[in-house]
Design a protein around this ligand. Sequence first.
Ligand code: C6P
Length: 417
Amino acid sequence: MTGTHDALALDGALVRRDFPLLDVEVHGHPIVYLDSAATSQKPLVVLDTLDWYYRHINANVHRGVYQIAEAATARMELARESVRRFINARSAAEIVFTKNATEACNLVAYSWGRANLAAGDVVVLSQMEHHANIVPWHMLVAERGIELRWIPLTADGHLDLTDIDRLLDGAKLLAVTAMSNVLGTITPVADLVARAHAAGAVTLIDACQYVPHVPTDVRAWDADFVAFSGHKMCGPTGVGVLYGRESLLDGMPPFLGGGEMIRDVRLDGFTTNDLPWKFEAGTPPIAEIVGLGAAVEYLEGLGMEAVRAHEIELTTYALRTLGARFGDDLTIHGPPDASQRGGVLSFAYRDLHPHDISQVLDERAVCVRAGHHCAKPLMRVLGVGATARASVYVYNTPSDIDALADALEAVGEFFLV
Ligand code: C6P
């Protein structure tokens, strides 16, 4: 692994040496990976940890009393402690491992939602939410008759908070993103949580795009629930996290039933395990959790302040370069100031379809995502069916942005000549 980097001094060229996939060639060109908002690449230390886990301590957890089973359990719980430290939760009991952020949001809807929401109760969402933080609530509209209220957006892609206190009036839950996966917008989470709490509402923060990129302190936010995925932060697929305030998790009914989440089972019923295992039914994704622990330590080694500073630098460079080279032919959605957004650049290029753009970019090994990005309500607000989206992470460099711009010029020549 690359050594520890000073804050504000992340060297993308050096960092990329930690990521074997970035040596891959596509169509005869070195890969230019600009789709980290969909999933990040994995550093060698995470790949090695997965390999080491399966070669040396693979066993089921919390069950065996033999050495490797105890080692597997200890490593898994060590990873939980690493995640706790990474987001500054009070206790490892507040870190529930899920499959991904989607499952974490669903856990809140199924367990907290079904225990606390009845017909007419209000859940406040924003118009820039990912489907993971919309559909579970639509399901409760259908099942329970709850009411959804929507925080609108300003023209430059921020939350329009003009009416926020009216929207929150009488609400039971505020569920909002910390960073939009389409616009990159960073939302004022601490302020929103304070307003929600003042209105008596519980808060769920979808931090799936935020935690991988920005130093995160769930205590400073004072959020009740925070959801994120391991695979967007250098970790393996198959593991996500729900942070939950202990007092709330304690009072919630279990989500899934089965092994691991029980203390006792009789013919006439069951009692639940302690936190956090009460919400972790069945054999967990042990290797993936251990791998996520390694990913967290890798990011800590880089320094999250440096990770964020690097993102701001690259995003600033991208906004400037693309603006200068394409002018009005290219529309980049979201806030124009890199300090108020993540490194997610959704764009429209003339009237070309995003899928056509991404296909031609692929011929030059430039990987971007095209589509609705699981945010169809936001697409409707923007008045588009889809966008092309480039997104950066720790291993990207200005030359990746230049490669994107060069490839976009080729797109222009291909379709418009
Ligand atoms: N967004 C993207 O390309 P899962 O799929 O459960 O790991 O993450 C869901 C999710 C929830 N919230 C936000 C803000 C997200 O960006 C995502 C995942 C990916 O934008 C896949 S659609």
